[in-house]
Design a protein around this ligand. Structure first.
Ligand code: ADP
Ligand code: MG
Length: 241
């Protein structure tokens, strides 16, 4: 992201921000509520369109002052997969149905191959036994793991996760965090918004601290969590424990 500005009405919520999201790494966005974290994540998926600035992805350069065309939108949507706080599973589809819907309908992958791939992913996240269950039969932690599986099935370069465990009780949160830690280990590129600072510290290759639409910190987790001399950040961290 280069010099990104985004407003809602006359409220400027992203203020000329520059950010890199390294490949095969985990970038974690933290900061107070309302600071602009979701807006950054949604802009990465083009669910929001900034007014100005550039979005560079591989050889693609989107200049937001000129809007976003169909080709750019489909490129970015194919390269990024979004996982929401409330899973957003299709309630009338089974777990398998949820996972193969995108690959068969959007990517036009043969159904048999899509099912094989879905099984592989379910095995990886430990949910093979739930393949024929419906979302209402799952715990919150299982539902969120299925949402992650559904995203993986589209084979995006980046998975974007907006507070993926905020709706979960602590004991269910852990199973989701473990899946994300494993994906990180496997080199999956991710951008994660979270309020769980111990998870952030464990999983992040890079921490971004957002406050009031500005990037206050962009760098190594160690420096952020341990050797920080920025008063706003130390205040934020002490409020989180
Ligand atoms: P965070 O995810 O860090 O809590 P957001 O990116 O959701 O912050 O929001 C940043 C600011 O933009 C907040 O002041 C929020 O109220 C405002 N905002 C977010 N979405 C909308 C919207 N759809 N319409 C108007 N204001 C919005
Ligand atoms: Mg948010």
């Amino acid at each position: 992201m280069r010099k990104i500005n985004k407003s809602y009405g006359n409220h400027l919520v992203l203020k000329n921000i520059n950010l890199d999201f390294p490949e095969k790494k985990v970038t974690v966005l933290v900061g107070p509520s309302g600071s602009g974290k979701s807006t950054i994540l949604r802009s990465l998926n083009l669910l929001e369109t900034p007014e100005s600035g550039e979005y560079l992805f591989d050889d693609l350069i989107i200049d937001f002052t000129k809007g976003v065309d169909k080709k750019e939108l489909s490129y970015v949507r194919q390269k990024t997969g979004m996982v929401f706080q409330n899973y957003n599973l299709f309630p009338h589809f089974s777990v398998l149905g949820n996972i193969i819907e995108g690959p068969t309908q959007v990517l036009k992958i043969d159904k048999k191959a899509a099912i094989e791939n879905a099984k592989k992913i379910l095995k990886k996240i430990g949910l093979e036994a739930k393949i024929d269950n419906y979302p209402e039969e799952l715990s919150g932690g299982q539902a969120q793991r299925v949402a992650i599986a559904r995203s993986l099935a589209m084979n995006p370069e980046y998975i974007l996760l907006d507070e993926p465990t905020s709706a979960l009780d602590p004991e269910l949160e852990l199973e989701v965090l473990q899946v994300l830690l494993q994906l990180a280990k496997d080199g999956q590129s991710m951008v994660i918004v979270t309020h769980n600072m111990s998870f952030a510290q464990q999983v992040a290759d890079k921490i971004v601290f957002v406050e009031d639409g500005n990037i206050v910190y962009d760098g190594a987790p160690d420096l952020f969590f341990k050797d920080n001399k920025n008063l706003r950040i130390t205040k934020f961290l002490s409020s989180m424990v």
